[in-house]
Design a protein around this ligand. Structure first.
Ligand code: HEC
Length: 336
């Protein structure tokens, strides 16, 4: 059914409908109904609706895609068919685990180009370097691709592109896939981590899972969350989610908004309104490595690689009636 749909075989829809009616197997039903009712619009992406600025970035990316990338990667992100060779001009961006993985992957592929096989397939066309484009351009196209075609990666901001560009300034050649993957920040395993917090410390471990840790009180400057790694490591990034109250990840720890009276109210998620990240080798003397403001469900904090055994995130703003600070799926990234 996917093949019929993919290659736009005449009467594909009718054949798929008949198959769906005559075969109740779960897989057949799921594939048929998805093919017959594709998700509306660009969809994908994570939970939060976009701000106006973010939407403008993604819209700009859509324009770039439809002028340039679509020629090889196809208007649907599945690769432009090359029937005479029973292949496509370029790999599918839809559902690529690399495109949906760390955002530096697509940024690096666009800046410096990519050569050689992708998933064991060799293409006759080439992914050319586009590093002559500015940071906004690269962020726009990368954000669009990571949120379209069913992809669920987060946005890429111009500062990400600037950071990657600076870090790869001396690079002259295109990447191969294995080389590019080896260069990406990798999430550290959470084995042996000791986590603690200024509030609800007994539930701090929930921050590493989908259960979600929640400070249980309105955001206040000085609240902190801390990870102690089993040994010093070179780290360069922290990511976590702060789901909105009533969001998909239910459970008692969900980032429910809390009024000063303590009663949960509906409202935006518990992302940090202002934060600082500090690292330490002994848990006593701390060195600040990043400061910023959360802006939605995902908080992504990059900083220059630094050796650390303790990592502490502190709030820098007191927000009256703000939702409690919440952390879900906390990841610390090391550099290889
Ligand atoms: C001339 C054809 C062509 C154009 C235009 C093109 N690409 Fe590619 N792209 C390829 C090919 C071919 C590959 C596979 C690597 C190779 O063989 O060079 C690829 C690979 C990729 C990959 C890696 C995919 C994966 O799963 O690892 C990404 C990401 C990508 N392209 C993004 C883009 C974006 C974004 C644009 C538009 C700005 C674009 N490409 C324009 C041909 C093209």
């Amino acid at each position: 059914m996917l093949t019929l749909n993919r290659w736009k075989v005449p009467d594909a829809a009718a054949t798929i409908k008949t198959t769906m009616e005559s075969n109740q197997a779960r897989g057949v039903q799921v594939v048929a109904s998805t093919v017959l009712n594709p998700p509306a619009g660009r969809g994908g992406g994570r939970g939060d609706p976009l701000t106006a600025d973010e939407q403008a970035l993604v819209d700009r990316g859509a324009g770039i895609y439809n002028e340039l990338c679509f020629a090889c990667h196809g208007p649907d992100g599945f690769g432009t068919p090359k029937p005479e060779l029973s292949t496509t001009m370029a790999p599918a961006l839809a559902g690529s685990p690399r495109v949906n993985g760390h955002r530096d992957y697509i940024v690096k592929a666009v800046l410096h180009g990519l050569t050689g096989p992708v998933d064991n397939k060799t293409y006759t066309d080439v992914m050319m370097p586009m590093g002559n484009q500015n940071d906004e351009w690269v962020a726009a196209i990368a954000s669009f691709v990571r949120r379209s075609f069913g992809n669920t990666g987060g946005l890429v901001v111009p500062a990400d592109v600037a950071r990657v560009r600076a870090g790869t300034a001396t690079r002259k050649s295109m990447w191969t896939v294995p080389e590019l993957i080896a260069s990406l920040p990798a999430a550290l395993f959470t084995d042996g981590w000791k986590v603690s917090a200024s509030h609800h410390a007994d539930a701090a471990g929930d921050a590493l899972t989908l259960t979600t840790w929640n400070a249980g009180a309105p955001q206040q400057a000085g609240m902190w969350f801390q990870v102690e790694l089993p040994k010093p490591q070179t780290i360069a990034e922290i990511q976590f989610e702060s789901p909105a109250p009533g969001g998909r990840a239910g459970g008692p720890g969900t980032g429910a908004a809390v009024t000063s009276g303590g009663a949960p109210v509906a409202g935006p998620g518990g992302f940090p309104r202002g934060y600082r990240v500090e690292v330490s080798s002994d848990g006593t003397s701390w060195k600040p490595v990043a400061e910023g403001r959360g802006s939605g469900r995902s908080t992504v904090i990059s900083f220059a690689p630094v050796q650390a055994r303790f990592v502490r995130i502190s709030l820098t703003e007191t927000a009256e009636n703000a939702p409690a600070w919440s952390i879900q799926a906390l990841r610390v990234y090391g550099v290889r």
